[in-house]
Write a protein that binds this ligand. Structure first.
Ligand SMILES: *Cc1c(COP(=O)(O)O)cnc(C)c1O
Length: 365
């Protein structure tokens, strides 16, 4: 079976570096915050071409604390993609605010900037685009709309570590970017982790205070904060992995190029990459009119695939109050039936890639 993902292979590859990093933390006697977290933050900010990076406990908290830092509160509205992972929406609800879904562009899977203005009301505070599957969303027109209406832009970068938009890394186009270092992401920890990057010192400072009980100085609490700190063990591991991210992403890009040039199965709709986009290829997602059948066929051939995502947020039981939206977000709903993620990642060898292409193309024969 060609595995969809292999979380162990980066550890096998970097075994001694990672062991050394872990042992450095264990021997330091310093287990919350400290040098490893600070060093990772500055290295990650540099990688993202952003001025500041603030580590937090996970990607959902990065979104939540990012929204709070932008002043989002009860009754506010936040514009979100209709076809994202549910975390993007949940972070909005955690602020007491309301997610307002906007449909994607077919082909890029990312929020359609042309539909955003229609979704803006006098309660809208933030536009929250997701760089879904590692493909950058069309961020310039989104920022333009935000400026016109006095809104903030928070980007969900959880799938886009290393991606570029018009030559510049995702990390500081909007007001802030929320990151996840969940193990399966392009830059993954060996546990949970997350961060905010921004060029805005005020936003960075607010997240810095919110993640640590609302406190900048011990026992002085400025606001009612949270406990959402990046673990120094994870920070030390992330520092090692960050130095390999460009090379791992390069391998993803090479595989994506092979898929794009060699997959000829006419049933498939392949991802469209605009000329300004340099995706991180977190996932390689195709559309197939008979997706479930196609997935079964690939499983039989020994190619593991996954569905991102089988149920859009507005149809989940968690959002039962939004079930009246059923049928009103037709792209999100039809994509949920058609999308399929092919294996992609540095764990795949050339022969694996060739086999995936061959099996995909042989579907109809
Ligand atoms: C993974 C992910 C998150 C959440 O990250 P966690 O670290 O698991 O909390 C948020 N948004 C998107 C788009 C994701 O893929």
């Amino acid at each position: 079976m060609i595995p969809f993902l292999d979380l162990k292979s980066p550890y096998v590859e970097l075994n001694s570096e990672i062991n050394e990093a872990i042992s450095r933390v264990l021997n330091s006697g310093w287990y919350i915050g400290g040098v490893e977290v600070e060093e990772f933050e500055s290295e990650y900010a540099k990688f993202c071409e952003a001025k500041y990076s603030v580590g937090v406990a996970n990607g959902l908290d990065a979104l939540h604390l990012g929204l709070l830092a932008l002043g989002v509160g009860p009754g506010d509205e936040v514009i979100v993609p209709s076809n994202t992972y549910i975390a993007t929406w949940l972070a909005v609800n955690q602020c007491g605010a309301i997610p307002v879904p906007v449909e994607p562009i077919e082909g890029t899977f990312n929020i359609n900037p042309a539909l955003i203005e229609n979704a803006i009301s006098n309660k809208t505070k933030v536009i929250l685009p997701v760089h879904l599957y590692g493909q950058p969303a069309d961020i310039d027109p989104i920022i333009e709309i935000a400026k016109k209406y006095g809104l903030y832009v928070l980007e969900d970068g959880a799938q886009s570590h290393g991606a570029r938009y018009k030559g510049r890394r995702i990390g500081s186009h909007g007001d802030a970017v929320a990151w996840s270092f969940y193990p399966g992401k392009n830059l993954g920890a060996m546990g949970d982790g997350g961060a905010i990057t921004t060029n805005n010192a005020d936003i960075a400072q607010k997240v810095n205070v919110l993640r640590n009980y609302g406190s900048r100085h011990k026992y002085i609490n400025e606001v009612r904060g949270f406990n959402s700190r990046l673990d120094p063990l994870q920070a030390a591991i992330l520092r090692v992995k960050l130095t390999h991210l460009d090379s791992w992403n390069g391998r993803r890009k090479k595989i994506a190029k092979e898929y794009l040039s060699s997959i000829t199965n006419a049933e498939l709709i392949m991802p469209i990459v605009p000329d300004w986009a340099d995706p991180a290829w977190h996932l390689f997602v195709i559309c197939h009119p008979r997706r479930d059948e196609f997935q079964k066929y690939l499983t039989k051939m020994g190619v593991a695939t996954l569905i991102h995502y089988p149920i859009p947020p507005h149809l989940q039981d968690a959002y039962s109050e939004l079930n009246n939206l059923k049928g009103k977000l037709p792209l999100a709903e039809s994509m949920a039936h058609r999308v399929l993620s092919l294996p992609i990642g540095p764990h795949l060898g050339d022969r694996d890639v060739a086999k995936v292409i061959q099996d995909v193309n042989n579907e109809l024969s």
